[in-house]
Design a protein around this ligand. Structure first.
Ligand code: NAG
Length: 170
């Protein structure tokens, strides 16, 4: 009994290990190396770790060589091209903002509306009738009983009741 249990555990373990090794092995080729520097457009970090364009075309390479000499010799189109090699978005483009909040807001409202239908359905099909303890007569009886029992006589419930005049204290 024990031996078969141990064997089945061992067997399962061996199988799961080999599955893990295989899954791990084929994952390696597609995996990105997150320890390498990465390009990010961030206003707080104006100089990203690496340039945006990693593989330059011949045209871009010669433009870079040209830019090393003197920037005044470049046309403004070439300056922009040089900028775009290094950066993806300009600060103006980053500051532009997006309308994504509308989607998020609308999505949130949609799901709140969906939840409202769930609540309505619960009121119709799940909840029973309102308990008799919620009626006004019952609550009056309960209040009377609480006063008779002198509930919280110092600073609480019964303290608010004037037992001599038989009314609530003003
Ligand atoms: C470059 O900018 C565009 C928008 O201008 C954006 O969609 C894209 O994700 C950015 N690429 C990177 C690598 O940041």
């Amino acid at each position: 009994m024990l031996a078969s249990l141990a064997f089945s555990l061992l067997g399962k373990r061996a199988i799961s290990t080999s599955v893990f090794v295989r899954a791990h092995g084929c994952g390696i080729a597609k995996m990105e190396d997150f320890s390498l520097p990465a390009y990010n457009d961030r206003r707080g970090v104006p100089l990203p770790e690496i340039e945006f364009t990693t593989s330059l075309s011949l045209e871009q390479k010669s433009l870079k060589e040209k830019g090393k000499a003197s920037r005044t010799a470049l046309s403004s189109a070439e300056k922009v091209a040089l900028y775009r090699i290094k950066f993806n978005e300009t600060f103006a483009e980053m500051n532009k903002g997006s309308s994504e909040w509308k989607t998020v807001f609308g999505g949130a409202l949609f799901f709140i509306g969906l939840a409202a239908f769930v609540v309505i359905w619960q009121r119709m099909y799940v909840f029973g009738p309102i308990p008799h303890t919620f009626t006004d007569e019952w609550k009056a009886m309960q209040t009377k009983r609480m006063l008779d029992m002198r509930v919280n006589p110092v600073q609480g419930f019964s303290d608010k009741w004037d037992y001599n005049k038989n009314e609530w204290k003003k």
